[in-house]
Design a protein around this ligand. Structure first.
Ligand code: BDP
Length: 686
C-alpha cells in the first residue's frame, strides 16, 4: 500500500514537472506568487482588471498605483505609451489608456524578471509602430501554410461554441510584448472566412482578444463577391461589388466593433485581384478601403507580386507599385516583405522601403522559419530583423533607415505598422522548437522598440525563459547570436538565394530544373551557375535592379570594390576564381563558409551539452535532439551545394577542409516527404 502511495506521488510529481517544463509557459514563467498591493481609482475595464491581476499575482516590489492620466506629457505618449516612476516606497504606472497601463504592467514585470530594476524607476515608453501585427497563415481546415508547430491554434470546427484556453494564453503572451493585432487566416484566403458562420467564429476570438488590446483582422479573397456573394463579377469598379463589400464591412463591424481591417494578397501566385478586371492595385485597395473607412478599418495590401515571364523577380514589386505611389486612400498601407525575393536567410532590403513616400509602407517579416530549417534549426532571427530595420535606405539622405521610413517618423504618415508571419501552432511549446519562441518574442519587442539590440533581446528572453545563471546566459546568448550567420553559411553564403528544394523549402536542391515549371520558382533562375561563375548580375550590365536603390547605395552595390561581401552574389555574377578581399578565390571562400556553417552547428551541440545541468531535463533533451538534426542538415546543405557547384567550378575543395560525406547522385534523389523533413530533417539519405 505504502509503495503504491509513493508510486502515485511520484507519478503526480512527474506529470507536474513534465507539464511545468514543456515550454507552454513561454517567457511568462514567473517563479513566485506574490500578493502585491495595487491601487487603481479610475474607470475600470476588462483591460485594467488584467493589469491589476497580473501585477497583484507577480509583482514583488513596492505598492503600485495605476493611473489613467490626461496629463499632457502622458497623452503625448499616445494610446499605448506609459510612464513608470517611483522607488522603494511606491511605484506609479501612468497612461492615457487602459492598454497603456497593461503594457506598463508587463514592462515592469519584465524588468523584475530580468533583474533590471534599480532603486528608483523612471521609464517612459511608447511604441515605434502603431500597429504590431501577427499574420497567421492558418487555413480553415486547421492546416498552417509554412507552419511547423502542429495545427492552427484556431479550432474553427469548435468555434464559436467552444473556446480553447489557448486563445487567452496566446493573447496574454502577445500583450506581454506589445503585439496588438492578429490576422487570423492565411493570405491565400478562403472566401469562406467572410460567410456569416465564420464571422461568428472570428467574433468569438475577437471577444477574447479585446481585453488584451488585440484587434482581429482578416485576410480576404478578392473574388469573394462572386464566390460567396453570388455576384457576376468581383470587379472593383462595379457598383454592386462595391456595395457588397460595404455591406460586408458593416456586417463585420456589427459583430466585431473594433475589427482592424483586411489583409489582401492580390494578383500574386494565382490569387485573384483587380488585374483580372483590367484594374490596378490602387483600384482594388481603394474599393476595400472605402468600405472599411466609415468604421475606422484599414487595408493592408501586399506588394508580394511577381511574374513568371520577367527576368528578375527582385525588381517587380517596385516596378508594379511605384507608379501607384500616392494613389491609395489614406487608410491603405502597403505591406512589403523585408527582401525583394522571399524571406531568404539574407537579402538586401526591398527598395520600395524609402522609395514609396506618399503611401505608408509596412514591413512584413517572417517569424516562421520557412527558409530557415523549419522548427528544426535553432536560428535566432533578431539579428536578421535588426539588420533589415537598421539598414539605411538614403531615401531622405543619411539616417533614413528602414525603421525610420516605416515608423511614421520620417514620412509623417498617420498609420504605421509592422507584421510578422507567425510561427505558432497547437504544439505544447507553441513554436515547435523551444528556441523558436525567441523569434516571436523578438518580433514583438522590435515592433515596440526597433532600437533594441538583438543581444539585449536575447538576454531578456533567456532570463525569462531559462533563468539568469551567468554561464547559461553567456552560452545561450552566444549560440543565439551566432545562429543566423551560421545558417547563412551552411545554406546560402555570400547571398546565394532561393536554392532550396522547390517543393518544401527545407533542404538544398540547387540543381532542380523543370522546363515545364515556373522559372522563378527554381534555383538555377537565382544562382545562375555555369562554368564562367555564379551569382545574379543585378548591375547595369544585368537586370539593373541596383537602379531601384537610392544613391549612394546603388553605386555601393554595383561596384565590386564596395559591395558588401555578404551581398555579393545577390548583385554580381562572378568567376569562380574571383579574388575575395581576404585573397581567397570565390570558390574557396564558398567552401570555407559552408565549412564554417557546419562547424558552428557542431559547436552549438557542444555548448548545449555543457548546459545540461542548468536546464530542465525535458527542454534539454528536446533541444539536443533538434541540434542533432541541425548539424546533420548543415552537412547535407554543404555537400549538396558544394558538390553541385563543383560540377561548374571544376575546382577542388581546399584540402584542409572536411571532405563531403554524401555523394551528389544520392543527394539528388531527395527521397523524403515534407512531413518527414518536418519531423526529423534529413535523417538518412538512402
Ligand atoms: C512564400 C510562401 C507561400 C506564401 C507566399 C506569400 O512560400 O507559401 O503564400 O510566400 O507570402 O514565401 O504570399
Amino acid at each position: 500500500m505504502k509503495r503504491h502511495v509513493i508510486l502515485f506521488l511520484a507519478l503526480i510529481l512527474t506529470a507536474f514537472c513534465a507539464q511545468a517544463e514543456d515550454g507552454s509557459k513561454l517567457w511568462l514563467r514567473y517563479q513566485t506568487a506574490s500578493n502585491a498591493t495595487i491601487k487603481f481609482s479610475g474607470k475600470k475595464s476588462p483591460t485594467t482588471d488584467i493589469a491589476i491581476n497580473e501585477l497583484s499575482a507577480q509583482w514583488r516590489g513596492a505598492p503600485i498605483s495605476l493611473a489613467l492620466s490626461t496629463n499632457k506629457e502622458i497623452k503625448a505618449l499616445g494610446n499605448d505609451g506609459f510612464r513608470i516612476t517611483g522607488g522603494e516606497s511606491g511605484v506609479t504606472i501612468a497612461s492615457s489608456s487602459d492598454k497603456g497601463l497593461l503594457y506598463g504592467a508587463f514592462h515592469l514585470l519584465r524588468l523584475q524578471e530580468c533583474g533590471a530594476l534599480g532603486a528608483t524607476i523612471d521609464i517612459t515608453e511608447s511604441p515605434a509602430y502603431r500597429l504590431r501585427i501577427l499574420n497567421h497563415w492558418d487555413n480553415l481546415d486547421r492546416s498552417v501554410e509554412r507552419g511547423y508547430a502542429g495545427k492552427s491554434l484556431w479550432e474553427w470546427e469548435k468555434l464559436p461554441a467552444e473556446i480553447s484556453p489557448r486563445y487567452r494564453e496566446y493573447a496574454r503572451a502577445n500583450a506581454s510584448i506589445g503585439i496588438n493585432g492578429s490576422v487570423l487566416n492565411n493570405v491565400n484566403a478562403s472566401p469562406t472566412i467572410l460567410t456569416p458562420e465564420y464571422l461568428q467564429k472570428a467574433k468569438a476570438i475577437a471577444d477574447i482578444f479585446r481585453a488584451w488590446g488585440i484587434r482581429v483582422y482578416l485576410s480576404v479573397n478578392f473574388s469573394s463577391p462572386k464566390i460567396i456573394g453570388g455576384l457576376e463579377t468581383s470587379d472593383p469598379l462595379d457598383k454592386n461589388v462595391q456595395l457588397w463589400w460595404k455591406q460586408k464591412a458593416a456586417e463585420i463591424y456589427k459583430l466585431i466593433p473594433d475589427f482592424g481591417g483586411f489583409l489582401v494578397k492580390a494578383n500574386s501566385e494565382g490569387q485573384p485581384g483587380p488585374h483580372d478586371f483590367g484594374r490596378t492595385h490602387a483600384d482594388g485597395a481603394n474599393m476595400l478601403a472605402d468600405a472599411l473607412a466609415p468604421h475606422g478599418g484599414i487595408v493592408m495590401w501586399r506588394a508580394f507580386v511577381y511574374n513568371p515571364l520577367s527576368d528578375d523577380r527582385a525588381r517587380q514589386a517596385y516596378e508594379e507599385f511605384m507608379p501607384l505611389d500616392g494613389k491609395f486612400r489614406n487608410n491603405v498601407i502597403i505591406q512589403v516583405k523585408n527582401g525583394p525575393v522571399d524571406f531568404q536567410p539574407r537579402e538586401p532590403f526591398t527598395p520600395l522601403f524609402g522609395a514609396m513616400q506618399r503611401t505608408p509602407v509596412m514591413p512584413e517579416l517572417q517569424i516562421t522559419q520557412e527558409y530557415l530549417g523549419f522548427s528544426n534549426h535553432l536560428v535566432f532571427l533578431a539579428p536578421l530583423f535588426e539588420e533589415f530595420l537598421k539598414t539605411d535606405t538614403y531615401a531622405r539622405g543619411q539616417g533614413s533607415t528602414v525603421a525610420a521610413v516605416t515608423d511614421g517618423s520620417l514620412m509623417g504618415h498617420s498609420i504605421s505598422a509592422i507584421a510578422g508571419v507567425a510561427n505558432t501552432g497547437s504544439d505544447s511549446n507553441w513554436c515547435g522548437h523551444h528556441f523558436a519562441q525567441s523569434n516571436w518574442y523578438a518580433f514583438g519587442r522590435l515592433a515596440w522598440n526597433h532600437k533594441l539590440s538583438s543581444a539585449h533581446i536575447a538576454d531578456e528572453w533567456i532570463r525569462q525563459t531559462f533563468g539568469d545563471d551567468n554561464l547559461l546566459l553567456k552560452n545561450l546568448s552566444d549560440m543565439m547570436m551566432r545562429s543566423r550567420e551560421a545558417a547563412v553559411d551552411y545554406m546560402m553564403p555570400l547571398c546565394l538565394h532561393h536554392i532550396f528544394s522547390t517543393n518544401h523549402h527545407y533542404g538544398p536542391e540547387p540543381w532542380f530544373w523543370n522546363p515545364n515549371m515556373r522559372r522563378d520558382w527554381q534555383p538555377p533562375y537565382y544562382h545562375k551557375a555555369d562554368s564562367a561563375g555564379v551569382g545574379f548580375n543585378r548591375t547595369s550590365t544585368g537586370s539593373n535592379a541596383v537602379a531601384q536603390y537610392f544613391s549612394p547605395l546603388r553605386e555601393t552595390y554595383a561596384n565590386l570594390a564596395t559591395c558588401p561581401e555578404n551581398l555579393l552574389l545577390w548583385f554580381h555574377h562572378l568567376p569562380w576564381d574571383y579574388k575575395m578581399k581576404n585573397g581567397r578565390t570565390l570558390w574557396d571562400e564558398l567552401c570555407y563558409r559552408y565549412a564554417r556553417g557546419v562547424d558552428e552547428t557542431r559547436d552549438f551541440q557542444k555548448i548545449w551539452d555543457r548546459m545540461e545541468h542548468k536546464v530542465d531535463a525535458d527542454r534539454f533533451a528536446a533541444v539536443r535532439h533538434k541540434l542533432q538534426i541541425q548539424a546533420r542538415d548543415a552537412i547535407w546543405w554543404r555537400d549538396a551545394c558544394l558538390l553541385y557547384f563543383q560540377t561548374f567550378s571544376a575546382m577542388p575543395i581546399p584540402f584542409e577542409l572536411e571532405r563531403p560525406v554524401y555523394d551528389l547522385p544520392r543527394l539528388m534523389k531527395q527521397p523524403r516527404s515534407t512531413e518527414a523533413y518536418i519531423l526529423e530533417g534529413n535523417y538518412l539519405i538512402k
